[in-house]
Design a protein around this ligand. Sequence first.
Ligand code: DO4
Ligand code: MG
Length: 286
Amino acid sequence: MKLVRWRASDGTTKVGVQEDEYLAELPFATMAEVLQRKVVDIRRAAEEAVSRGRRVDPAEAELLAPVDGRTEVWGAGVTYQLSRSARAEESGFEEVYHHVYEADRPELFFKSAAWRMLTDGDPGGLRPDCDDSVCEPELALVLNRHAEIVGALVCNDLTARGIEAVNPIYLPQAKLFPGSCVLSTAIVPWWTIDTPEDLLITVAVYRGAELVFSGEARTSAMRRGYGELVQWLFRGEQFPDGVVLSTGTGIVPPLGAGLRPGDRAIVTIDQVGVLSNVMTDNRDMF
Ligand code: DO4
Ligand code: MG
């Protein structure tokens, strides 16, 4: 059972449950409405949709990015030891990254509004003014307005690393640009995931048929727990339509191994999904 959005053949947008053979409509118009509810109610509605909801043939539905409305994506940073040491090395601002790794308050940043989000099969964006951009393969938590974890997604937090390396204060320009936020299509309910604290994340980048970078990490290597990140995100903030929190990367390509237009990045997370995107110069993306 997964939670998805889709465009029906009559052009309307629906939200519902994806099963192997069919989609079943939920009695909500948007995913934002789903994320206004408590997990117990979302679960009940999803189970009822499977047993009684109107069923749709997946061939008649075009799957869309998983969130809408006022739902935002935020990122957590420097949550893995490798992210801390790699960023210190690439930028020379060692103290900044070491401090945020050790500090109580984590690094949290706004990443994307719903309208900018891309999903599996869409192009990923590369800024034309940065020649060192990288994939950041991350587990993303889908949170409702009540700060409960509803489910999980795969996120590629595409980053213009060369811009951040010049000065960490350039972070918004390194993180937010057309095509920089890619999420898998289907929200995997948290209650269906075994051992969510220890999921394997992998990435492979292909240039044509050639594998130019691959890596893996386990979420158990994160320095902070999910609950801790969620609690900090909601401290002094409100998310009336819920929020997606990407939990940071434990995989960092070596310096000089930046993405090029045409590269295909494939990110997988055990039990959560796969995200495959071909990179493109982002000049005319939206
Ligand atoms: O400090 C910059 C951002 C770090 C980040 O996105 C990550 O560690 O995943
Ligand atoms: Mg990141």
